[in-house]
Every structure is written in C-alpha cells, then in structure tokens.
Design a protein around this ligand. Structure first.
Ligand code: G6P
Ligand code: ZN
Length: 545
C-alpha cells in the first residue's frame, strides 16, 4: 500500500473556538470540507507539534465517530506521532480515555464526543483534547489551539485506506505505531482496585435489584461487563446497552427529563432498589432510588460523607471541590469533616490542578458530574459503583440514606431551570443588564426575600495563579438562599440560559418538600430581578432538573 503524506492548502474557518468541553458543532458542520482537518492540525500546532508523541484516541460511537478517528490517525501519522493507542471500534468512554492517558504515560488524547448532546447526521459532534494528566486541556492550551485555527494555511494527512480498528493488536501506519486496545479492560481493572467488589457482589446476591440505562451510548459495554459480568447483577440490569450512532434517536443526557423511562420505572410500583444512567461519553451520571431522585449536588455530598466506606478512600478525603453553581450541600459535609472545600468555575478542567497537587480527592458538579483523583475527568460508572459500595455497606434504601443525610447536615433544596435555544442577543442583553444591576441589588426585597449580596464569580486558581473571570452572576438572599445565572458553554444553537436555584433548610420537619415549592420564593425573586420571562419571551423553563 502506498502511503504518501499530502500537504493540503487550507484557510482558517471561523468559529473553531473550544468551549466548556472541546469543540462542539452540528455534525454536518464537522463534515464540511477541511473542517475536522483544520481543527486537528490546529491541535497539533497548539500543543507544540505531535512529533514523537504518544496519544490516546477514542470516542462515544456517535455518527461520524469512525470516519473522524481515521482522519485523526492519518493526521497523527503525517505529523510524525510515535504512537496512537486507540479503543477497539474507535470507542472509549471519556473516563476510560483519561485513565489510558495516565497509565500509559501518553502525552495526551483525543476524545470524539459531544458528550450528552444528541448524535446522528443532524445531531452534534465534538472533539476534545486532553493533556498528559488525563484531564481536559486547560485554557492556556485551548487558547493556543484557537489561535492556530485562525492562522492555519495547510494541513498534513496521510493518504491511505481506512485502517482496521475491529480487532485488538498493533500495526504501523507510515511508521507510527497504532495499538488497538479493548476499551473496557483497563477501566474495569481500575474500578476493581477502587471499590469493594466482594461487598457489591454480596449485595446483588442478596436480591438487590438495579436498572442501569446506558442510553445507547458508550457506557453500555462497560456497564454490562462490570455490573452483570463481574458483579453478578441480574441479566437485563443494563438496558439500552448497545452503543448506536444516533443513540437510538435519544438524547443521552442522564437527567429526569431525558432518562424519563428510567425515572418512570423507579417511581413506579415495581421499581428496583437502585437506578442509574450515564451520558453519551460516559462521564455523567444520574442516581435514583426507589421513588427517590438524588440531585447531583446531593450525590456529591453523600459520596463525601460516606467515602471512608470505599477501600480507595478509607483513609479519608484530602479535600473536596465543586463548581460554583453546584449546591453547597458538600460544603456542609466538608465542614463537618474539617476538610477544605473549593469552589471552581463550571467545567471539569478547573478541578485538574487541585487534583494534581493533592488538594482534593472528590469533586463534582450540578451538571451530573462526579469524580475523584483516580482520573482527571468526571466518571459516570465510577459514581454508580461508589453508590453501590455505600449501599452494600449500609444496607439502607436510597430514600433512607437521603433522609438520614439531610437530618444530619440539613437539606440544600436545589433545582436548575434551563431556557434553551434563546435568541443569543436577548440572552446576552439579559446577562449584561443584570451584571449592571448587581452592585445596587443588596438591601432590596423581592417578595419574601431580601438580597444580601450579589456579584459576578471570578476564580483565582490557587495552584497556578491563573484567573478566570465572568463565570456566572450570583445573588444571595438573607437566610442563605441563592440564585446563579449563567449562559451555557456547551450548546450548539442559540443561547441556553441556566438559572441555578438553592434554598437551605435545617428544620428537620421540613425535609420532604417538593423542591420547586421549597424554591418558589427564589424562583419568583430571580425572575423579578433579571426579567427572565420578559426578556426570553418564555413562560416557563424548557428543562427543569
Ligand atoms: C461539560 C463539562 C462539565 C460542565 C458542563 C457545563 O459537560 O464537562 O464540566 O459542567 O459541560 O455545561 P454548560 O452547558 O452549563 O456550560
Ligand atoms: Zn459527557
């Protein structure tokens, strides 16, 4: 087979700016002439070249995954990469990729995914670059990549047939080694080293029933192998287990809206003991007990409070971190444990430094992400196994466990209201207007609530001293309630306004309220302050989580 390296003249393509989590666009955008190639070449430029480097490569199996993987391999080979470790079938979950980068000492990795966004020919596609620590590239790297997209004049690509990625093994591609690995093996081994698999096995043996909805995304093979294969969960525990290019026309986002069939089952008469789901690329999770949904913020707090039940964390936690809009439930646990609790901007990349230097062990976000220092990404299945390990030790139902948790620490009622595909100009105007009013809000009352303070969140990284500004508008009310507004950094059309609502309750008799009702005063206050309904033209949020 002749293998010629072609140098292809190209021009910068506008809008290739990596967002919260890589570059994410409609699939047809990525399929445009030169689009993917320009971005991949810009990654090589942004990281100072790929020559002699080892990369990890895989994706969540969505439409265009396989073709894109072939392009990345040909472009890595053309620019002199030493080796690419690729998941069989070009599949790798995001946490599994993070693990491989770390354990194989790779220089970085490329994950082909638009995470929880729908896939398919009209869906979304994405490319994320992770650095040698296994985590999402920090701003310092993504800004170099973006700069490169604006000045690119040519890219290099090997002319070759598609290489076979269906079987494990190694081969060379124009001098570059390609190692095809099973996407599950290393990850499953790592999980066995973290959790008490014997205890979880005993739990399942005792008749404990579980449902895991893989949403036709990448965690299917991982969950089937670990839950059913290794831990003895009943066959059929994992549903929608086969990854499909369009996720079976679904929206692979594990929340009560998009994982509604699972929610219905868990709230129904014949509910299993425990339910869980993960997203497109396997880094998000949803936890739900029989008749009891657990918010991601509460989940993080529960994991922190019970971490010593898990072998890998039996010595206790070094500290915890949460993104700013995440509820402060974990802060209350950190207080009780007398460990540090860090507040970072939205985006997993902000946890990287804290994890790298050992300041924190656990971290999490309201956006269904939880993780620890075992990798540098959030990890959906890990969170599910963490819960199983706790339940195996406690032998309580999820509802009992939550009730006990709230009794001990208080309950941070929490909800997020999303207004999707809002006209970008209107959304920006809303934010600009509120930003302008922040300094004068304190002291004003809205219904029953009085504003105590308001500001725009900025973060000074305590490890590298970098500063991230403009990370969300915060309004605190007297008594501890809080509202946060920010625009999503992961959408692909229009703007998504996120309104995060939180109300602290410490009265033991008021732990069982409907969150929307408990939050009603904050909801109406923030609408009055920011003019949400008026400015978006919407009567109600599109998604409530
Ligand atoms: C991705 C990142 C998360 C982040 C989320 C926020 O999933 O990996 O770390 O929390 O995006 O998305 P948003 O749409 O709110 O910017
Ligand atoms: Zn994801």
């Amino acid at each position: 087979m002749t293998q010629t390296i072609r140098t292809v003249p190209t021009e910068p393509i506008e809008g290739q700016k990596p967002g919260t989590s890589g570059l994410r666009k409609k699939t047809p955008v990525f399929q445009q002439h030169h689009y993917l190639e320009n971005f991949i070449q810009s990654i090589w430029t942004g990281i100072g070249g790929v020559e002699g480097k080892t990369l990890v490569l895989g994706g969540d199996g969505r439409h265009f995954n396989s073709q894109a993987a072939q392009v990345v391999l040909r472009m890595a080979a053309a620019s002199g990469a030493k080796k690419v470790i690729v998941g069989k079938g070009a599949l790798l979950s995001t946490p599994a990729a993070s693990n491989l980068i770390r354990t194989r000492g790779a220089d970085g990795g490329i994950v082909l995914s638009a995470s929880h966004n729908p896939g398919g020919p009209e869906g979304d596609f994405g490319v994320k670059f992770n650095t040698a620590n296994g985590g999402p590239a920090p701003e310092s790297v993504t800004s170099k990549i973006f700069e490169a997209t604006k000045t690119i004049t040519e890219y290099h690509i090997l002319e070759s047939h598609d290489v076979g990625l269906r079987t494990e093994g190694s081969f060379t591609l124009a001098g570059m080694e390609v190692e095809v690995v099973d996407p599950v093996t290393d990850y499953a081994e790592m999980m066995a080293g973290i959790f008490d698999f014997d205890a979880i096995r005993a739990l399942f043996k005792s008749g404990f029933r579980m449902r895991f909805d893989a949403m036709h995304a990448v965690t299917g093979p991982y969950a089937s192998a670990i839950l059913e294969g290794t831990l003895g969960a009943a066959p059929g525990t994992v549903i929608n287990a086969i990854p499909l290019p369009d996720f079976g026309q679904g929206h692979p986002d594990p929340n009560p809206i998009w994982a509604k069939p699972l929610m219905d089952e868990m709230m129904g008469p014949n509910a299993p003991d425990f339910g869980a789901a993960s997203d497109g690329d396997g880094d998000r999770n949803m936890i739900v007990g029989k008749g009891c949904y657990v918010t991601p913020s509460d989940s993080l707090a529960v994991l922190a409070a019970n971490a010593t039940l898990v072998p890998a964390y039996s010595d206790g936690l070094k500290g915890v971190a949460r993104s700013m809009p995440t509820s402060r439930a974990v802060d209350r646990v950190a207080d009780a444990l007398d460990i540090d609790c860090y507040e970072t901007p939205t985006g997993w990349k902000f946890f990287g430094n804290l994890l790298d230097v050992g300041r924190v062990t656990l971290c999490g976000e309201e956006s269904a992400g939880t993780g620890s220092d075992h990798v540098r990404e959030k990890d959906g299945l890990w969170a599910v196994l963490f819960w199983l390990n706790i339940l195996a030790e406690k032998r309580q139902s999820v509802a009992e466990l939550m009730a006990a948790h709230w009794r001990e620490y208080g309950r941070n009622y929490y909800s997020r209201h999303d207004y999707e595909d809002v006209d970008s100009a209107a959304a920006n105007e809303l934010m600009d207007n509120l930003r302008g009013e922040l300094p004068v809000l304190a002291g004003h009352s809205y219904g029953a609530l009085k504003v105590r303070d308001a500001d725009e969140f900025a973060y000074d990284d305590p490890v590298d001293g970098s500063r991230a500004e403009g990370q969300g508008l915060r309004i605190w009310f007297e008594g501890g309630d809080r509202a946060v507004l920010r625009l999503s950094g992961t959408g692909t059309s229009g703007a998504t306004l996120r309104v995060y609502l939180e109300a602290l309750e410490t009265d033991p008799d008021k732990m069982d309220r409907d969150p929307q009702e408990a939050l009603a005063p904050v909801i109406s206050a923030v609408d009055e302050i920011a003019g949400i309904r008026k400015r978006t033209g919407r009567d109600a949020p599109d998604v409530i989580t």
